[in-house]
Design a protein around this ligand. Structure first.
Ligand code: HEC
Ligand code: HEC
Ligand code: HEC
Ligand code: HEC
Ligand code: HEC
Length: 446
């Protein structure tokens, strides 16, 4: 390993910070960046107050502190003995605590995370994304960073404008920031040792009709997720109106300012912080993602056909950690006296789903066909029945009887961000019941 001071031997960047770093050392890899080079989001908020308010309590801001992630990561790390499994289980901080990981601490999940420097606890933040100059690979966080030298010498912030000229920091147009790849580099996750595809949001998008080589037709992640505002879900099945305004307080008007709420489907974690606005935006997004339709023509043969169409997501439903998320069908048949005769996919007393529920999800295996919950052990994909962008999934349901005339069939597509069976495995205080969101509903009379 080269001494970090050598790489600055050109002298230009030979600052006191570097000297200090070298003398305090550990000697770190060439790619290490001194933590003092990163500027706190609070400083950016001084001029970009609206963008800051949007980003605050987003899942990017919370990526390190999110209790579901943080506790799952500790739990998955415990008791492993296989070298490849340990390597994966230690790697989470690369995306969830990226400023810390690039500046030397934490390097592993098993580091004493209570020692994480304050700025790194703020997750995926302004100066991290806006120091990104390029990417080396579109998975497992390949961002190449070029931060400035702290608050007094902020350096270049890369963004979507080619004519911005702020006094405080330099500004430079970056094509990367307008493309799905800046998101994809973290939103495609591969097992570091076994290569298993753990998250494939970017690849799903790239294989969807939303991707086009023609820039006029291409709708990248930003085209939905950075158009959303409260009341404007901005999905594939809704309008995605421009958001005119200014990028900094008291600066020029522009036709569109990309919003920074970064809302996906998680209403639980923002809800824990009483951020009802962000939790509500996740619900609005989910309610504009899919439609349901019902075909009762086979009812005399005790058959019911339910079709789910992904109308709004630029990737599969669900995406991301699709092994942990639950999207399922709840089917209820009531006779004309309103008595429930048949039900499938209804939560039991423990908030669990019955075995026969139709759940759209990914299931990982240990390489020998056995299901695993711990992603560190994921050597294969046993099942993936999710609904791809703009595609349909039809499920044929066998009923135990022929519903009587006048019966009402109700089907709902429901979402919750975590299987409580997995949460219950995690030691410590139990998690409260997770919110269940109705994504779509269809009804028919027999
Ligand atoms: C996950 C990465 C990410 C984070 C975190 C992030 N941004 Fe951005 N930001 C972007 C991208 C990408 C764009 C450009 C989108 C495009 O052009 O398609 C952008 C655009 C901008 C712009 C140009 C105006 C606009 O919104 O269109 C400003 C200013 C900005 N961001 C400031 C900030 C500040 C301040 C923070 C922290 C409070 C922040 N950003 C956090 C990725 C990020
Ligand atoms: C003293 C005020 C001020 C502070 C503090 C500030 N900015 Fe800016 N920033 C501006 C102004 C003004 C613009 C130009 C806005 C425009 O042209 O529409 C700008 C533009 C930007 C752009 C767009 C660049 C482009 O070319 O597309 C980004 C990205 C950005 N800032 C990020 C940040 C980040 C990250 C921080 C914190 C590390 C920060 N800014 C702190 C005033 C500031
Ligand atoms: C056409 C609009 C659209 C595009 C393009 C799009 N998304 Fe989404 N995204 C959605 C909708 C709608 C949801 C909510 C339904 C769901 O969870 O799939 C969502 C949910 C998510 C979630 C939460 C997933 C979950 O189920 O918990 C993540 C993460 C996400 N998107 C990231 C991305 C990334 C990264 C890209 C680009 C590679 C992208 N999205 C492109 C519309 C879009
Ligand atoms: C440095 C890695 C990184 C980059 C770059 C990044 N993300 Fe994320 N993103 C994450 C992580 C990690 C989370 C999950 C945090 C958690 O749930 O604890 C996340 C969460 C999200 C969510 C919320 C998901 C939910 O379940 O609600 C959305 C939406 C999202 N990202 C969109 C984007 C978009 C759009 C971009 C590109 C402009 C982007 N991300 C760039 C790492 C990244
Ligand atoms: C290459 C980047 C990357 C790495 C490495 C990574 N994650 Fe994530 N993680 C993400 C992204 C992106 C999301 C958001 C996806 C979504 O919302 O469905 C996420 C979301 C999560 C969530 C959902 C949190 C919630 O509140 O629902 C959990 C749990 C999680 N990750 C655990 C882990 C664990 C444990 C590890 C290490 C074994 C890990 N992650 C490593 C990118 C990463």
């Amino acid at each position: 390993m080269r001494h970090p001071i050598l790489k600055f031997s050109g002298g230009i960047l030979f600052s006191t910070a570097v000297l200090l770093w070298a003398s305090m050392g550990p000697v770190l890899s060439e790619e290490m960046i001194h933590i003092d080079r990163f500027i706190s989001p609070e400083v950016c908020a001084g001029c970009h107050s609206e963008i800051f308010d949007q980003w605050q309590n987003s899942m990017h801001h919370l990526s390190h502190r999110d209790p579901v992630y943080a506790r799952a990561a500790q739990f998955f790390r415990k008791g492993l003995t296989d070298a490849g499994e340990i390597e994966e289980a230690e790697s989470c901080v690369k995306c969830h605590t990226p400023v810390g990981n690039r500046t030397g601490f934490p390097m592993k999940v098993s580091d004493d995370l209570s020692k994480t420097p304050e700025i790194a606890t703020l997750g995926i933040q302004c100066d991290y994304c806006h120091s990104a100059e390029s990417i080396t690979k579109i998975h497992n966080n390949g961002l190449v960073l070029k931060p400035g030298h702290g608050e007094d010498d902020p350096g270049v912030k890369f963004g979507p404008f080619d004519d911005a000229d702020p006094d405080y920091h330099e500004a430079r147009y970056s094509k990367l920031h307008t493309e799905a790849e800046i998101c994809g580099t973290c939103h495609d996750v591969k097992h570091v040792a076994f290569g298993t595809n753990l998250e494939t949001t970017y690849t799903e998008w790239k294989n969807s009709p939303y991707y086009s080589k023609d820039p006029a037709k291409n709708i990248p992640c930003q085209g939905c997720h950075m158009y959303q505002k409260p009341g404007i879900p901005a999905t594939g099945s809704t309008d995605r109106p421009l958001n005119p305004g200014s990028a900094a307080d008291d600066s020029v008007d522009r036709p569109h300012i990309f919003t920074h709420y970064f809302v996906g489907a998680n209403s639980y974690v923002p809800g824990l912080l009483n951020d009802t606005a962000k939790a509500g935006m996740a619900v609005e997004r989910l309610q504009n993602a899919a439609t349901l339709s019902l075909d009762t023509s086979g009812i005399k043969d005790k058959k019911l056909s339910v079709t789910v169409t992904n109308t709004g997501a630029g990737h599969s439903i669900p995406t991301g950690v699709a092994d942990l998320r639950q999207v399922w069908l709840e089917i209820t048949i009531k006779d004309k006296n309103n008595q429930t005769g048949f039900q499938m996919g209804a939560l039991d007393d423990k908030q669990d789903l019955p075995e026969n529920t139709i759940v759209f999800r990914v299931v990982f295996g240990d390489g020998k066909g056995n299901k695993v919950v711990n992603i560190a052990k994921a050597r294969e994909i046993l099942k993936d029945n999710r609904i791809k962008a703009k595609e349909k999934a039809t499920e044929l349901i066998s009923l135990p009887f022929v519903p009587t005339a006048g019966s009402q069939v109700t089907v709902r597509l429901l979402y919750r961000s975590m299987d409580p069976k997995i949460l219950r495995l995690i030691p410590g205080d139990p998690f409260e019941p997770l919110p269940v969101v109705e994504m779509a509903k269809a009804q028919a009379k027999i």
